[in-house]
Design a protein around this ligand. Structure first.
Ligand code: MLT
Length: 203
């Protein structure tokens, strides 16, 4: 998969796995990683599905309606890519934290739904419930920050609460930060994610 890997200065910090929104590229979230942890290594990956020329991580049938077969296939593909990248770049596969926005948050959520140790933590900006047909693994020890908008038309508050309940029910420690905006990612939401990271992931 097309990606950027940047070696960090702190070997103890997790590798930040960046996953962009629909129509983004592997460059989009690099400034975000710098605000969350400028010392961490970064692996930023471009989604390899195209929708009218826009990069995504999996196909959808309509806005908000996912092609579940493709989602499962792409989730495995990305999981395999992460395993191989750990070998190629020599980082600790057990110490990854995802940072995803929108479609990128949805594939990150799907990875966590399918694979027990996909990430040790995740910052999910405006995620949806990726799918409802799988039994979640034991997520004890996994920490998750969710940034959500009370006026998010793409991901209504009930869906955020449903996702929170599913992750918590599987044993993850989930923290939800609410903004009074829509689907956009705001500076104050990033600040909240950075504060969460400093407290929970890298104290
Ligand atoms: C998705 O398809 O993952 C969601 O609708 C969010 C997005 O548009 O990227």
């Amino acid at each position: 998969m097309k990606h950027i890997y940047q070696q960090g200065t702190n070997a103890a910090a997790p590798v930040l796995v960046l996953l962009h929104g629909t129509g983004g590229t592997e460059r989009d979230l690099l400034p975000l990683a710098g605000r969350i942890d400028p010392t961490a290594s970064v692996l930023s990956i471009r989604g390899n599905v195209l929708e009218n020329g826009l990069s995504r991580y999996f196909r959808r049938l309509a806005e908000g309606v996912f092609d579940e077969e493709d989602l499962v296939f792409r989730t495995k593909e990305l999981h395999d890519f992460l395993d191989q990248a750990a070998v190629d770049y020599g980082f600790d596969r057990e110490n990854l934290v995802a940072i995803g926005y929108s479609n990128g948050a949805n594939i990150a959520g799907s990875l966590m739904f399918h694979y027990k140790d996909a990430f040790r933590g995740a910052i999910l900006h405006h995620p949806m419930v990726p799918l409802r047909s799988v039994e979640l693994p034991d997520m004890t020890g996994i920490s998750c920050f969710i940034g959500a908008g009370r006026n998010d038309q793409m991901c209504p508050p009930q869906e955020t609460e449903e996702l929170q309940a599913m992750l918590s029910g599987a044993g993850a420690a989930v923290s939800v930060h609410w903004e009074n905006y829509g689907h956009q990612l705001t500076g104050s939401e990033v600040d909240a994610a950075a504060a969460w990271y400093a407290e929970v992931i890298c104290p």
